[in-house]
Design a binder for this molecule. Sequence first.
Ligand code: C2E
Ligand code: CA
Ligand code: CA
Ligand code: CA
Length: 276
Amino acid sequence: AKAGGKGERRFFSPRMQDVISERLLLEEDINRGVAAQEFCVYFQAQFNSNNDLIGAEALVRWQHPIRGLLAPGAFIGVAEAAGIMSKIDRVVLLRSCEQMAIWAQTPIFKDITVSVNISPAQLYQQGFVEEVLKVVQETGANPTLLKLELTESMLVTDMHQAIERMRRFKEAGIRFAIDDFGTGYSSLQYLQQLPLDQLKIDQSFVRRLPEDNSSLAIIRAVIAMATSLGLEVIAEGLETKAQRDMLLANGCRLYQGYLYAKPQPADQVKTLCEIK
Ligand code: C2E
Ligand code: CA
Ligand code: CA
Ligand code: CA
């Protein structure tokens, strides 16, 4: 920290004050953006090994009037710390379910799943299950095509409550994926206790294929775990055909990544992948 002049003691260095006021400004701006309906949802298509469209992940974007289109990295940290991420999450869930109802009317899209990211605070929020079920019901979305993405670290916070809530979602037909799998705490025992449907292999492992042997070893272990538990496994962050080939050779048949499609507005999601 920079010393204050003339022996004066400062709690915050000037730089820290800048950081703090920047965060406050961003927080205010997020609140404004939510009210002005600037948050929207992009969808990234997911494909199987036959190159059939099988699903899409909903990814939030902020269409900022001055800063342009912002990815979550530009605001999620501040939004979560300020406790206002749930406002954004609500928008994402509503838009996703509305889109599911639209896709249900389109033959080529009618069976695709839509995966929605759940933030840590959301899962444990009072009334969360009821809120989601209400949105599903009001939009007319098919709950069996809705997938909620959770992370390992969220689940260990309060495993019993997490399981209890997950069971209530499962009763309504909603499915679960564990996001960024392999980066957090995981054991077969804890996985076995959760009503899961899918594991998502984190892109940090996929990115290091085909060269890196330790990433391949982890991916193989994840696929073996998923298989033994009867779970689907999808790899994310595929950018090359070599990565796809190696995943396929090791038994992973579902893919999401720039190789196939980038996140796009719903009306630009393509049913055919353009893999080179
Ligand atoms: P995630 O859930 O792991 O989502 C995948 C991220 O990887 C997305 O970044 C996606 O655009 C990016 N990606 C997909 N394919 C590739 C690829 O081939 N190469 C590379 N380099 N990147 C790829 P995005 O959209 O910036 O989202 C970042 C993170 O923000 C997400 O990571 C998720 O944790 C969070 N997030 C996104 N939308 C929401 C939301 O609606 N609610 C909550 N709570 N979190 C969200
Ligand atoms: Ca995700
Ligand atoms: Ca992920
Ligand atoms: Ca992530």
